[in-house]
Design a protein around this ligand. Structure first.
Ligand SMILES: NC(=O)c1ccc[n+]([C@@H]2O[C@H](COP(=O)([O-])OP(=O)(O)OC[C@H]3O[C@@H](n4cnc5c(N)ncnc54)[C@H](OP(=O)(O)O)[C@@H]3O)[C@@H](O)[C@H]2O)c1
Length: 334
């Protein structure tokens, strides 16, 4: 089997987890690593993994220089969430002839919210013969690609509701921080308002992807401000002990309306007090369907897997900006 050479662009928590998982796979080879964090530039990528070991891959800040030296087919881009901030990195990779597989939530379906940027990326990617795709567990799979796929046996779909219920204490530290763990209610509201923490990003992208997948024209897609979840007992988490009255996570709700009716509802619950984790998709239609993934899909493992498993699909796909619903179904890789 010919390996696909990849560069890890962004060596934070997800980039490291993806690198570690790729080392166990026969389908891929890591040929470079990029990051801007001064504390890791110049280190061997292997040194910062959970099971440290020399890999002979030095983390570089100079991406253009690295792209000239290595022969890579794809970049795994795990830097930031918002499209405006990842755009320069996408452009660099595309101009260097690399397919881009990114966990940037806003890249998962930019066609509705930032159509001009989407078109710019699409044109550039087509011009350089490569594919750009935004993916991950959510957005990317559980609240968009999977529900769309589940409508395959439906003659008619009236509405879709997707609920994720997860214990955030089991997730990586940046995730626990971005859902407000350990903050007071006031700090939570201030930090969300000022963009210091993002909460969950991507519900609107998922709604827009579902609508596009079902050829629905929505009147509107609305995301409500996230609601903090407050604990009534002390809870120990990786970001510290949270006292009664403080925030242990959040609930985010978004919906899409068509002809005045709510036809898509997404409910994202992530807090350190959740006992029963699950992911549930309810389709009201002909026939109606209800799928519950008992125990839920672990968000970090799921993101690592979906991202890696999307690499071959992206490399094989026609050039351009593509969204997950338009790729052939992604499956586990060797
Ligand atoms: N779609 C999904 O399902 C999904 C799932 C998980 C994560 N995500 C998203 O994936 C992204 C990465 O998550 P994470 O937890 O790994 O975050 P993280 O730990 O903060 O890692 C990001 C890394 O990228 C570096 N970086 C930032 N800007 C860069 C640039 N211009 N060039 C090179 N490196 C840069 C950061 O350096 P500094 O620390 O110095 O800024 C950091 O080392 C986040 O946006 C997250 O929300 C999406």
């Amino acid at each position: 089997m010919e390996k696909i050479n990849v560069v890890i662009y962004g060596c934070g928590v997800m980039g490291r987890k993806i690198a570690e998982a790729i080392l166990d796979k026969e389908s891929f080879e890591i040929v470079g690593a990029i990051d801007i964090a001064p504390e890791i530039i110049g280190k061997d990528l292997g040194e910062i993994l959970e099971t440290p070991g020399e890999l002979g891959i030095t983390i570089q800040e100079d991406s253009d220089g690295l792209f000239q030296r290595v022969n890579a087919q794809a970049a795994i881009l795990t830097t930031t969430s918002h499209l405006k901030s990842v755009l320069p990195q996408i452009n660099q990779c595309v101009k260097a002839g690399l397919n881009v597989i990114s966990t940037s939530e806003e890249l998962s379906y930019p066609w509705e919210r930032v159509p001009d940027l989407a078109k710019e990326i699409d044109d550039l990617a087509k011009g350089h013969g490569v594919t750009v795709v935004g993916t991950g567990i959510n957005p990317g799979f559980l609240m968009d690609t999977l529900p769309i796929f589940l409508t395959s046996p439906c003659l008619k779909v009236n509405s879709i509701k997707v609920t994720r219920m997860m214990n955030s204490a089991k997730r990586r530290i940046p995730f626990q921080k971005k859902v407000g763990t350990g903050l007071t209610q006031k700090e939570f509201r201030d930090k969300i308002e000022n963009g210091v923490i993002t909460g969950h990003v991507g519900l609107l992208e998922s709604i827009n992807m579902i609508a596009s997948g079902l050829h629905w024209t929505l009147d509107e897609a609305i995301e409500l401000p996230p609601d903090p979840v407050i604990t009534d007992k002390e809870i120990k988490t990786a970001v510290g002990t949270v006292k009664p009255g403080e925030v242990i996570g959040l609930t985010s709700i978004a919906f899409g309306r068509k002809n005045g009716k709510k036809v898509i509802t997404l409910e994202f619950n992530a807090n350190a007090g959740v006992e029963e984790e699950y992911d549930e998709i309810i389709i009201d239609g002909l026939p109606s369907l209800r799928q519950k993934i008992i125990g839920g899909v672990h968000g970090d493992i799921g993101t690592v897997a979906v991202t890696i498993n999307t690499i071959p699909r992206a490399v094989e796909a026609s050039p351009g900006l593509i969204v997950m619903k338009d790729l052939p179904p992604v499956s586990a890789t060797l």
